[in-house]
Ligand binder design. Structure first.
Ligand SMILES: Cc1cc2nc3c(=O)[nH]c(=O)nc-3n(C[C@H](O)[C@H](O)[C@H](O)COP(=O)(O)OP(=O)(O)OC[C@H]3O[C@@H](n4cnc5c(N)ncnc54)[C@H](O)[C@@H]3O)c2cc1C
Length: 408
């Protein structure tokens, strides 16, 4: 016999978990299906896992409102209040500080698994959760949706939320097309011990692609180095000592000595945006709807904003006596999020292209641009406002408010 829900969320990553919890707290009957095992909270002595995200103040605010933030272990959070971006000379770069936008922090670096697991745990009493089984089939009709899991379980729902990542099965089953661009690069990721990261997110734009140092607790950093595939593979193949020296050399001393800790990994870099966010009873959130270049650390932030916006439009719809999958409600979500996300996706794509042009003329122009931005406090403030998740139309669940490490 099948069970009935208002909403079935497919995918228990950061975004699916946040969407499921936000909707359940709004008293929708919610099911959440995750193909893998339930996300697990790392043990205190476990080294940081490789997949981390930089959460902006808006995303942090959402986790606070969902009463998850205060449960995160303080010693696994990497706060930063400054960001420094440069090309060939570290002293001629662009510097942003939290104070530019009257914030106390610019963001926090966290392991994806930790965030997903904390949300999953918080949802245990409010969300009906399935793990270790994936969605295999989807039937959409006038009266509702039926989601069939690999173990044969059938879940009936008014609305299906696809939060199953960049290769979304639900998106495919709903027949939604994507616009994809492969950068032909890999993002090499690793955790390194550094001398001093100065609570700063560092990013150097090399002609081959950006190298980012995202600060973690205890003077560790998560690095993301975007490189053409051949060079990335070569970097992955070198021994630990050579890897550390190459990263340290490229960093131009921003964090002092660098020592590789543990494993390295690599992800192909893509830009992707779906043509539709909504089709019949299916709505897309997170990487199922959009994938961005990691250079500004915005992927998870955009997805969390989708989750907050979806919860808001559904709540407004219910006040108007509409069901979860009401077409008017879903259209307002699609209009809101597709246009906001399109701006960020295009901006990141242009930045990636701008820094990819390695000629003296372009280098000169970029230097002039950096100097102008450094001198214009109002412009820095505006850029930070957007990167913090407080530009454009802001969901109620993430309404602006300063965050501080002292509050954790
Ligand atoms: C190198 C790199 C660095 C990045 N750095 C940052 C950063 O600093 N800041 C930032 O904000 N973002 C960053 N991102 C992007 C960020 O990691 C993603 O945008 C974010 O994790 C997407 O979350 P999601 O929940 O939408 O998808 P995912 O995390 O992909 O989760 C999807 C979930 O769905 C499950 N699933 C898949 N198929 C099925 C199915 N058929 N049935 C059931 N479940 C299914 C999967 O098991 C998975 O748990 C980075 C990405 C890369 C590649």
């Amino acid at each position: 016999m099948s069970e009935h829900f208002d909403v079935v969320v497919v995918g228990g990553g950061i975004v699916g978990n946040a969407a499921a919890l936000a909707l359940a707290r709004d008293r929708w009957q919610v099911a959440l299906v995750e193909a893998g095992p339930p996300p697990a909270i790392p043990k205190p002595d476990d080294p940081p896992t490789l997949r981390v995200s930089t959460l902006n103040p808006a995303a942090i605010e959402l986790l606070r409102r969902l009463e998850v933030w205060d449960r995160l272990p303080v010693d696994r959070l990497g706060w930063f209040d400054r960001m420094h971006v440069w090309e060939s000379d570290i002293d001629l770069g662009l510097s942003f500080s939290a104070a530019d936008a009257r914030l106390t922090q610019l963001g926090c670096v966290l392991e994806n698994e930790l965030v997903a697991a904390s949300l999953w745990r918080a949802g245990e009493s409010q969300v009906r959760q399935w793990s270790g089984t994936q969605v295999e089939a989807l039937e959409l009709s006038e009266s509702g949706a039926v989601v069939t899991l690999a173990d044969g379980t059938e879940l009936e729902a008014d609305l299906v939320v696809a939060a199953d990542g960049a290769r979304s099965k639900v998106r495919e089953l709903a027949g939604i097309d994507v616009d994809r661009h492969a950068y032909g690069q890999l993002g090499v990721v690793a955790t390194v011990a550094v001398e001093d990261h100065q609570d700063t997110a560092w990013q150097r734009f090399l002609p081959t692609g950006p190298l980012a140092f995202l600060p973690l607790a205890n003077n560790r950093c998560s690095i993301v180095w975007s490189l053409p595939e051949t060079q990335a593979k070569e970097l992955l193949a070198c021994d630990d000592e050579a890897f550390s020296r190459r990263v340290e050399e490229a960093a131009q001393g921003c964090v002092g000595t660098v020592t590789l800790l543990g494993e390295r990994g690599a992800f192909p870099l893509n830009r992707m945006h779906t043509n539709e966010y909504v089709k019949r009873r299916v709505v897309l959130v997170g990487d199922a709807a959009h994938v961005v270049h990691p250079l500004a650390g915005q992927g998870a932030n955009l997805g969390l904003a989708d989750a907050a916006a979806l919860a808001e439009v559904l709540a407004t719809g219910r006040d108007l006596k509409r069901r979860a999958a009401d077409p008017k409600t879903l259209r307002s979500y699609a209009r809101w999020r597709r246009s906001d996300n399109a701006i960020m996706i295009e901006a990141l794509h242009q930045i990636a292209g701008l820094y990819g042009r390695d000629t003296p003329g372009w280098r000169g122009l970029r230097l002039l641009g950096a100097r102008a931005i450094n001198q214009a406090g109002w412009l820095r403030g505006m850029l930070i406002q957007h990167a913090s998740g407080f530009g454009g139309k802001v969901p109620r669940l993430v309404k602006p408010r300063a965050v501080s490490a002292a509050e954790t």
